[in-house]
Design a binder for this molecule. Structure first.
Ligand code: IPE
Ligand code: IPE
Ligand code: MG
Length: 246
């Protein structure tokens, strides 16, 4: 019998398929993105109910700037309006909001909304919702590298101090458990430059369901799938079984 993984501490989600969902339903892409926000809202509620600790969702990649200007503007406006309408509720539900990604590029209005929501919710402890905005996994590693070079130049550290643990501390999400489960909706089996370093041992779950159709039942299916995985981290099944019974 396989040892089973327990409830994931940290789930990361690539919320993909809003555009295709809109097209299939004869709606604008904008309507697809709006429907996507609603799904996220429901899932957060569900995650609280399930007592999950950390959710990290991909809302906008660095590559997404290449979309038509109108769609980019629409997405950025949607982030502002969603933050404004949802943050009070998140706070009341003891949810901590945290953004990862290069935020310098955003408008003052969006940046202000983001920092206000972060500081309002900073002491909350039920669930942490990390939102990746203008994020890319390679940028994350690059940023960590620059920080290490800075520390070396300032003689705070030497080459001997540079190891995987130090790199971990310089990355986004350094303060959180390593992701246990990645869910990607929308049918593509790729990572699209999401948390590359951090997902070294993450279990990968892909579903064809488009993000606006992804509901709590389907989320539960992903969790069930996860609990059936045997996480070996390089060891043999036998070793894992032995440890479990020890
Ligand atoms: C994901 O849905 C949302 C963002 C990338 C912001 P898409 O907009 O990528 O939807 P598809 O892939 O075109 O269906
Ligand atoms: C990934 O989705 C980014 C987000 C979900 C925010 P994309 O739809 O942009 O990914 P690609 O470009 O198809 O790989
Ligand atoms: Mg897409």
């Amino acid at each position: 019998m396989n040892s089973k993984s327990s409830k994931p501490k940290h789930i990361i989600i690539i919320m993909d398929g809003n555009g295709r969902w809109a097209e299939q339903n004869g709606l604008t892409r904008s309507a697809g993105h709006k429907a996507g926000v609603k799904v996220l809202r429901n899932l957060i509620e569900h995650a609280v109910h399930l007592e999950l600790k950390t959710l990290t969702v991909y809302a906008f990649s660095r590559e997404n700037w290449q979309r038509p200007k109108k769609e980019v503007e629409l997405l950025l406006d949607l982030f502002i309006s969603s933050l404004e309408s949802e943050v009070k509720d998140l706070h009341e539900n003891n949810i901590k909001l945290n953004f990862i990604g290069e935020t310098d590029k955003f408008s003052e209005k969006l940046k202000k909304s983001m920092s206000k929501s972060e500081s309002l919710t900073s002491n909350n402890s039920k669930l942490t919702l990390n939102v990746a905005l203008n994020y890319s996994g390679r940028w994350d590693v690059y940023k960590a590298l620059l920080s290490i070079i800075d520390d070396m130049t300032a003689k705070k550290i030497t080459k001997n101090d540079v190891n995987e643990e130090l790199i971990n501390t310089k990355l986004s999400l350094a303060d959180y458990d390593e992701p246990d489960l990645l869910i990607r909706t929308g049918g593509e089996k790729r990572l699209s430059n999401y948390l590359l370093w951090q997902i070294a041992y993450t279990e990968l779950y892909f579903t064809n369901t488009l993000w606006p159709d992804f509901n709590t039942d389907q989320f539960d299916l992903a969790l069930d799938w996860y609990t059936k995985r045997q996480r070996r981290f390089g060891k043999t099944s036998e070793q894992i079984e032995k440890n479990k019974n020890a």
